[in-house]
Design a protein around this ligand. Structure first.
Ligand code: ATP
Ligand code: MG
Ligand code: FE
Length: 336
């Protein structure tokens, strides 16, 4: 079956088309340039941009896949979590397509979709697998017995998300928004051991994270060293602190739950140092690592279509056409 996925939880209007778990098209229109000068995503601007981009992006995905609307067997849409107004545009569009085409609608969880997307690249997910979701709004360790049916939260950040920390530190360093890719790039010319930044909650025995102390430590360091600091060294040392804690806790979770497959998803999974260190530590621990290519880590429609395909395959009943958008949909609610 062919599933059309619609993603509008933040600034990306993402449209994905899959046949089973084969990716046919993944088209993205982003309003990020309109938000950059505000240093963050402006909800009203994002909603309007989704409205403008929706049908052209669907059209271009269909053209890319060589399909017509009539070929679509199901619609999947991000129902939450995310920006309320932005989600609403996607959910309304999804209902319209489902009703107009007479096909089932699946309202899905954006975070579970960040996990499901890996199947498009690396095939079926091992059952169970351990998933670390690190994105702009979330940082969680998840035990995933079956991405269509059950996601269990093992731990999460008690303050800032990993991506949020990247974005805030980038701002302190005068790098553009969103900061993650800029820090990643700047760090390549610096040393991860130049500055000993704190590793929050690293050894507290939980599977939770904390990044706000690190963010504050970087801000203090920048204040103190002003003009004489090396941006590459600060970027690399900050990045090392984040990925050190992330990978340590992810492998601790694997060991505690006796799981030998680790999947990393969400925008921060695009980070080159996280990918390298995770590979190194997984190899040492005998854990198989799966990380989607960077373009599938950040928000996209293919991830939503991928999760929709899992729900169809599992024979899960479609969503009613009355589903709301839920800006704070919990990670354990895979579909609505
Ligand atoms: P959520 O998925 O929690 O709702 P979101 O959808 O805004 O949040 P994503 O699109 O999954 O988040 O990820 C965006 C985040 O990923 C941003 O914080 C961005 O800075 C970060 N990011 C993107 N690329 C990189 C990178 N190479 N290194 C570090 N962080 C990155
Ligand atoms: Mg985004
Ligand atoms: Fe996301």
């Amino acid at each position: 079956p062919i599933v059309l996925g619609i993603e509008t939880s933040c600034d990306e209007t993402g449209i994905g088309l899959v046949r089973g778990h084969t990716l046919l098209a993944d088209t993205i229109a982003s309003s990020i340039d309109e938000h950059a000068r505000f240093g963050g995503v402006v909800p009203e601007v994002a909603s309007r941009a989704h409205l403008d981009a929706m049908s052209p992006t669907v059209e271009s995905a269909l053209a890319k896949a060589g399909l017509r609307l009539a070929d679509i067997d199901a619609i999947a849409v991000t129902a939450g979590p995310g920006l309320a107004g932005a989600l609403l545009v996607g959910v309304a569009a999804a209902k319209a397509y489902a009703l107009g085409l007479g096909v089932p609608l699946y309202g899905v969880n954006h975070l579970a979709a960040h996990v499901a997307v890996d199947q498009l690249e690396h095939g079926p997910l091992p059952k169970p697998c351990l998933a670390m979701l690190v994105s702009g709004g979330h940082s969680s360790l998840l035990l995933v017995p079956d991405v269509a049916k059950e996601v269990i939260s093992l731990g999460s950040t008690v303050d800032d998300a990993a991506g949020e920390a990247f974005d805030k530190v980038a701002r302190v360093l005068g790098l553009p928004f969103p900061g993650g890719p800029h820090i990643d790039r700047a760090a390549r010319d610096g040393s991860g051991t130049a500055i000993a930044f704190p590793r929050g909650k690293a050894d507290d025995g939980t599977l939770d994270f904390s990044f706000s102390g690190l963010k504050t430590a970087v801000a203090r360091y920048v204040e103190k060293h002003g003009g004489s600091l090396s941006i590459p060294d600060v970027a690399a040392s900050f990045q090392e602190a984040v990925v050190d804690v992330l990978t340590r806790k992810a492998l601790a979770a694997c060991a505690q739950h006796d799981v030998h497959d680790l999947l990393i998803g969400g925008g921060v999974a695009a980070n080159s140092r996280l990918r390298a260190l995770a590979q190194e530590r997984c190899d040492a621990a005998g854990v198989r690592l799966r990380v989607p290519r960077p373009g599938l880590c950040t928000d996209n429609g293919a991830m939503v279509a991928a999760l929709g395909a899992n729900l169809l395959e599992a024979g899960i009943a479609p969503s009613p056409l009355t589903i709301p958008a839920d800006s704070s949909l919990p990670i354990t609610t895979i579909h609505v």
